[in-house]
Design a protein around this ligand. Structure first.
Ligand code: ADP
Length: 218
């Protein structure tokens, strides 16, 4: 059976989630307090409704409890975002993902029981900064305040070297978890494996060490 999603708040973030879920063939209910937004997404979403989600009765009458996943993408109105999330938790929605505007907002959302809090502007800023430091950084996933996983493309500087030659663990405290070459992915790279220009390395380590490694080698 198709998963059912509801997206509350149809700004740039919520709107792009609705579009993508639709492209992926999912059922998606799009909700916004603003009629223009609802009209804009009427043809993209499975259903689009105008509603103020800070009202518990409204939420219940939408049958929000029956959705597999609800995404709260209310932007600037932090109070509405918090109230909506609290209500969804109380109603007992299985999966609630909420967009946070800042660190305080994030803290409150986690405390009141949001299952996942996302911080798209901050995360994208971090990704872009790493990509600016090294063009070879393709993706960046923050694990905690201190540790991350990065996807780095092997450039000419490491072409033909083995993992022993690079010695990333001793020099940078970083571990190569996997190496992607075209469609192939090697999840247990051996020390004597030779890297090729264009390979994609998936590396785990402390942020500071990763940045040093990016600057030195990639
Ligand atoms: P973004 O930064 O992703 O563009 P915005 O702040 O522009 O986010 O958009 C958030 C959307 O959430 C707006 O379209 C707004 O009308 C909607 N919204 C705000 N409060 C509520 C609410 N109480 N119920 C439903 N939708 C709301």
């Amino acid at each position: 059976m198709k998963k059912q999603f509801a997206v509350i708040g149809l700004g740039r973030f919520g709107g792009s989630i609705v579009k993508e879920l639709n492209e992926l063939g999912m059922e998606v209910l799009a909700i916004d307090v603003n009629e223009e937004k609802v009209n804009e997404y009427a043809s993209v979403a499975t259903h689009a409704v105008m509603a103020d989600t800070t009202d518990e009765n409204t939420l219940r009458s939408l049958g929000i409890r029956n959705f597999d996943h609800v995404i709260v993408a209310i932007g600037d109105n932090i109070q509405s975002s918090i109230l909506t999330t609290l209500m969804l938790v109380e109603i007992g929605v299985d999966h609630i993902t909420v967009k946070a505007q800042n660190d305080y907002h994030e803290k409150v959302l986690s405390k009141i029981g949001a299952h996942k809090v996302v911080h798209p502007e901050r995360d994208m800023g971090i990704r872009i900064a790493h990509n600016l430091v090294s063009k070879n950084v393709l993706d960046y996933l923050e694990l905690s305040d201190e540790f991350s996983i990065v996807e780095i493309e092997a450039g000419a500087r490491v072409d033909g070297y083995t993992l022993i030659d690079l010695d990333l663990r001793a020099k940078y405290g970083c571990n190569i978890m996997a190496v992607k070459r075209g469609e192939d992915i090697n999840v247990s790279p051996a020390a004597e494996d030779v890297l090729k220009h264009g390979d994609v390395l998936i590396v785990i380590g402390a942020d500071r060490d990763i940045t040093r490694m990016e600057q030195d080698l990639f």
